[in-house]
Design a protein around this ligand. Structure first.
Ligand code: CMC
Length: 450
């Protein structure tokens, strides 16, 4: 059977076990002599939030939270993070448990459909991914229109959006079947688009996906095979890349995922929403940090600055320089993904019997920063981007493509969140308020009188 409607999909509605039980808890707001009571929501891991969804209608007030650091934008059952303890779990499973024999597609299924796949479910999904790997021939002409030096993130975002033109049925994803089809299409085609963007930048012919290959080796084939020599993806590369994609697969309400949810909240289609996610990811404070880290390490390696000088510069607010790959909005202890990647980097170079001087620079920077009161006091630790670039470089991925790799990895998370929101009863369009600070009432002055 292609799809069984009774199969559990992404939470519909999201599991609200603890939340419902604790609805009796209240918080009181006292303002200008008036008291207002609001519900308190407690998540399944004890995270507590004040439900202020009625605040404005009952009091005329809004909250102000620049950067949303204190705002819970939704209830979600996909990923759990405890930033103080360095915990990250996908659907309840600690991230460390995926490191033994990493399989990105299994994790993608887990995130999107809410549970680990059975053997049959997994096999069917693999068939779906294979079926959807190719791009419509018409899409190839779009690549021709981009200049050679175009940034692959720009191409990726544009081409994911363009998928909506070729598969208009995505406009109407409302059943589990159509959602599953759209998800498989996106997860499979994103790597084909990524590889084609790279080939275009090199002026090399596109490699069609090879149906005999699994997800990661197929991507590497599309990237690196030549008409006269087939790329062979060995186990070390396959394992490292699977792990890297898994570690990027979801991270609850980060900037790009919140963007996907924000766009999706207007009922924009899955492809349009994920295309916006790619744009949000591109920035150097988010997914673009993996490129910035590598540039920083290269700069130090070239002798432009010593690691000590760079750290000094990063502490100087006037310099505008940050220690890239350090710090996180949520992790105030360590980022478990960085720990796994740090270890993985060592293993990878040992397995490949290679050395990379940038790894030594990274280790030195980390050591200096972790002993420096500036970083200690602010709880700044290496994040996922600190070691990912070094690993990608070892795998032969060019620096321009680093953030694209992050996007391929994050796709299951974006899809899972889009669907979770889409299926949550009572979901509303995301539309924050503001505190207006501009001119008070003023009059229009005709141009000849100004
Ligand atoms: N280097 C130097 N100082 C830093 C750094 C850094 N990397 N990160 C934060 N700080 C300082 C910051 O200047 C501030 O100092 P003060 O309290 O004296 O004003 C304090 O630490 C708190 O920082 P913040 O900017 O308020 O923290 P945030 O939660 O708004 O930003 C961040 C988080 C990740 C954007 C930031 O730490 C940063 O810019 N890191 C470097 C870029 C980076 O590695 N980004 C990847 C993030 S993880 C993967 C992803 O999300 O894509």
């Amino acid at each position: 059977m292609f799809w069984d409607n009774s199969m559990p999909l992404a939470p519909r509605p999201p599991e609200k076990r603890e939340t419902d039980k604790t609805m009796s808890k209240k918080v009181t707001l006292n303002y200008e002599g008036q008291s207002h009571e609001f519900d308190v929501r407690v998540g399944s891991e004890g995270e507590t939030g004040f439900d202020i969804s009625q605040l404005r209608s009952r009091t005329g007030l809004v909250t102000l939270d620049s950067g949303y650091g204190n705002t819970g934008s939704c209830e979600s059952a996909i990923t759990y993070i405890d930033g103080e303890k360095g915990v990250l779990r996908y659907r309840g499973i600690p991230i460390e448990q995926f490191a033994q024999s990493p399989n990105f597609i299994e994790v993608a299924w887990l995130l999107i459909f809410g549970k680990l796949p059975t053997t049959e479910e997994y096999a069917e999904f693999v068939v779906d991914l294979r079926r959807h790997a190719n791009l419509d021939e018409g899409m190839k002409h779009h690549f021709e229109g981009f200049p050679r030096h175009a940034h692959p993130m720009a191409i990726l975002s544009a081409m994911i959006n363009a998928l909506s033109c070729f598969y208009p049925e995505v406009m109407d994803v409302d059943s589990p079947e159509s959602f599953r089809n759209a998800s498989a299409r996106l997860i499979s085609k994103v790597r084909t688009i990524a590889a084609y963007a790279f080939r275009h930048s090199q002026g090399q012919p596109y490699n069609y996906p090879d149906p005999r290959l699994t997800y990661v080796p197929n991507f590497m084939h599309m990237m690196f095979s030549q008409p006269y020599v087939q790329y062979e993806c060995d186990d070390t590369v396959r394992t490292a890349l699977n792990l890297l994609l898994i570690l990027h697969a979801d991270h609850e309400q980060n900037c790009s995922t919140s963007t996907v949810r924000m766009v999706g909240s207007s009922q924009a289609n899955l492809f349009a929403s994920c295309s916006a996610g790619v744009s949000a990811l591109w920035g150097p404070l988010h997914g673009g940090a993996n490129v910035a880290v590598l540039q920083m390490l290269e700069n130090i390696h070239k002798g432009n600055l010593t690691p000590e000088e760079y750290v000094k510069l990063a502490k100087d607010k006037e310099s505008g320089v940050r220690l890239m790959g350090f710090g996180h909005r949520v992790y105030k202890n360590f980022d478990p993904r960085a720990n796994i990647l740090s270890e993985q980097a060592g293993k990878l170079f040992a397995a490949m019997d290679r050395k990379d001087p940038l790894l030594d620079v990274a280790r030195k920077l980390e050591q200096i920063a972790l002993e420096d009161p500036y970083f200690v006091e602010r709880n700044l630790y290496p994040n996922v981007d600190f070691y990912s670039g070094i690993i990608l470089r070892a795998l032969g991925i060019p620096t321009d493509m680093f953030t694209v790799m992050f996007a391929i990895g994050r796709m299951p998370g974006w899809i899972a969140h889009w669907w979770e929101q889409n299926q949550t009863p009572g979901s509303r369009i995301s539309r924050p308020r503001q505190i207006y600070t501009g001119n008070q009432l003023s009059n229009y002055v005709p141009m000849d009188q100004r």
